[in-house]
Design a protein around this ligand. Structure first.
Ligand code: NAP
Length: 269
C-alpha cells in the first residue's frame, strides 16, 4: 500500500510511455515486500527534472534515451565503471548526493555468461550507441577480441579506437569467424520488424547470438540465427538483469530475475 513512508523511484526519458521499467520495478518491489513505488517521467527539461529529484528526495532513477550521457554534468558523482563508459543508466540518491551508475554492461554480460564462457572469445558487436558502448566495456573486462560494425563508420571507428578493438567495414564481415554475435543496434526494432542488421548467411552454427532489442522479442535477427543452428539470447535477458542490478544498488537486495522476466513477457503479450 502507498502511504507516507513509501519511497519513490522512477525512470526519466523522452519518449518514455512505452517503457517496461515500471513493470520490472513495481513487480519486484511488491515481491520483495518493499514499501516503494516506481513511475515513468517524460522529461522535457533535464535541469528542472534533476532539481525535482533532489528537492523531492526521489530515492533512485533509471535513465534512458536521450539522457544517458548528457546527464553526467548534473550528477554529484560517478561510480568508476559509469565514468569509464561515460554513460549512466542509473542514479542513486545517497544521502542527498546523486551518484551515477551503469548496469547495462552487467545485464548484458550476465545474460551472455549464462549461455557461454566469454573469457578471450571472439565477438562481433553490432552498433556504437550507448548500449554498444556499455557492452563493449564488459567484453573488454573479459579480454574478448572484439570486432565492431556500425552503420555510421566514423562512430564505430571511434568506439573501437577507445576500447582497443577493430572496426570492420560491412564488406569484411562475410567469412569472419566469431564465437559470439551481439546486436546492440535498433535495427529490427518495432515497427521495423522485417529488418535485420545482419544477413543470415553471416551466422555460424556454433555461435552464441544475442539481440538486445526486446520489441519484438523474437526479432528477425534471432529467428534467422536460430534457423542457422545458433544458440540465441533475447533482449529480455539483459533488460531483466540490468533492472535487477539497479534494485540491488538502491536497496542492497537482489530480486529474482526469473520472476522479472515473467512479468516482462506478460507485459509484452
Ligand atoms: P543509441 O545510442 O541511439 O544507438 C543506436 C545504435 O543503433 C547506433 O549504433 C545506430 O547506428 C544503430 N542503428 C539504429 N538504427 C539502425 C538500423 N536501422 N540499422 C542498423 N543500425 C541501426 O541507442 P542505444 O541506447 O544504444 O539502444 C540501441 C537498442 O538497444 C535499442 O533498440 C534499445 O531499445 C535497445 N536496448 C536494450 C536494452 C536491454 O536491456 N535489452 C538496454 C539498452 C538498449 P548509427 O550510429 O549508424 O546511427
Amino acid at each position: 500500500m502507498i502511504d507516507a513512508k513509501t519511497r519513490l523511484y522512477g525512470v526519466i526519458g523522452n519518449p518514455v510511455r512505452h517503457s517496461l521499467s515500471p513493470v520490472i520495478h513495481n513487480g519486484a518491489f511488491r515481491r520483495m515486500g518493499l514499501n516503494a513505488a516506481y513511475l515513468a517521467f517524460e522529461v522535457l527539461n533535464l535541469a528542472e527534472a534533476m532539481s525535482g529529484i533532489r528537492g523531492l528526495g526521489i530515492r533512485g532513477v533509471s535513465v534512458t534515451i536521450p539522457f544517458k550521457t548528457v546527464i553526467i554534468p548534473f550528477l554529484d558523482g560517478l561510480e568508476d565503471v559509469a565514468g569509464r563508459i561515460q554513460a549512466v543508466n542509473t542514479i542513486s540518491n545517497e544521502g542527498g548526493k546523486l551518484i551515477g551508475y551503469n548496469t547495462d554492461w552487467r545485464g548484458a554480460l550476465e545474460a551472455l555468461e549464462e549461455k557461454t564462457n566469454l573469457e578471450g572469445k571472439k565477438v562481433l558487436l553490432l552498433g556504437a550507441g550507448g548500449a554498444a558502448r556499455a557492452i563493449a566495456f564488459g567484453l573488454k573486462e573479459r579480454s574478448c577480441q572484439v570486432f565492431i560494425f556500425n552503420r555510421s563508420e566514423e562512430k564505430g571507428q571511434r568506439l573501437a579506437g577507445e576500447m582497443g578493438f577493430t572496426h570492420l567495414p560491412f564488406s569484411s564481415l562475410n567469412g569472419l569467424d566469431v564465437d559470439v554475435v551481439i546486436n546492440a543496434t535498433s535495427g529490427g526494432m518495432h515497427p521495423k520488424d522485417s529488418e535485420t542488421p545482419l544477413p543470415k548467411e553471416f551466422f555460424k552454427k556454433e555461435a552464441t547470438v544475442m539481440d538486445i532489442v526486446y520489441k519484438p522479442l523474437r526479432t528477425k535477427f534471432l529467428r534467422e540465427a536460430e534457423e542457422r543452428g545458433c544458440r540465441t539470447i533475447d533482449g529480455l535477458e539483459m533488460l531483466a538483469r540490468q533492472g535487477a542490478a539497479q534494485i540491488e544498488i538502491w536497496t542492497g537486495k537482489k530480486p529474482d530475475t526469473g520472476e522479472i522476466k515473467e512479468d516482462l513477457k506478460k507485459a509484452l503479450r
